[in-house]
Design a protein around this ligand. Structure first.
Ligand code: SF4
Length: 177
């Protein structure tokens, strides 16, 4: 079982690797780490502590911490949605921790509530349905991932999304995206 301390160390390592910081407010930081550890115990994966999870990994994949929205939010707003990860200015107290707009698309929020086209029920019963996910690779380090869009940044080498290409298996060639 992942403890709060293990969750903290994992978050610290991730912040270091991405040259960002953890929340400067110790109480808020502790609450967020506890929330993550509790979600990991409940669902088997660390879903975002300030968003509703469905309990279905496929539906919640975009909000596994660090979520798909962290890097653009830190870049644009100086912090992620929960403020677990912040930039230098927020870390130093030059900018305050504040609430920011939700970047997660509405259809995904609805799916987490079991509503809309992407509901957990649909995903569970229609596993063979084709999805929009593509096999993508990072041209800089070779990291390969199956998802709808390239990540904002490569989680391995930090390359920007423009450096991702699509592997088209049937055609045995690599297509520019
Ligand atoms: S908003 Fe922050 S705490 Fe929540 S999943 Fe994204 S990175 Fe983690």
């Amino acid at each position: 079982m992942t403890t709060v301390e293990e969750t903290r160390k994992r978050a610290e390592r991730d912040a270091l690797r991405n040259r960002i910081h953890l929340c400067p407010d110790p109480e808020l930081l502790q609450e967020l780490l506890q929330g993550l550890a509790e979600n990991e115990k409940r669902y088997g994966y660390p879903s975002c502590p300030c968003r509703i999870a469905s309990g279905n990994l496929e539906t919640d994949r975009d909000i596994l911490c660090p979520c798909d929205y962290r890097d653009p939010d830190v870049e644009e707003h100086g912090q992620c949605y929960c403020a677990l990860y912040v930039n230098e200015a927020v870390h130093k107290g030059i900018e305050p921790v504040h609430s920011i707009p939700e970047r997660r698309p509405m259809n995904k929020q609805m799916a987490a509530l079991g509503m809309g086209e992407e509901s957990t029920e649909t995903l569970e019963t229609d596993e063979a349905e084709p999805t929009d996910r593509k096999l993508l690779y990072c041209k800089q380090c070779g990291y390969v991932v199956l998802r709808e869009e390239p990540p904002y940044k490569c989680p391995i080498c930090g390359a920007k999304r423009e450096l991702f290409g699509e592997i088209v298996v049937g055609e045995i060639k690599v297509r520019e995206i």
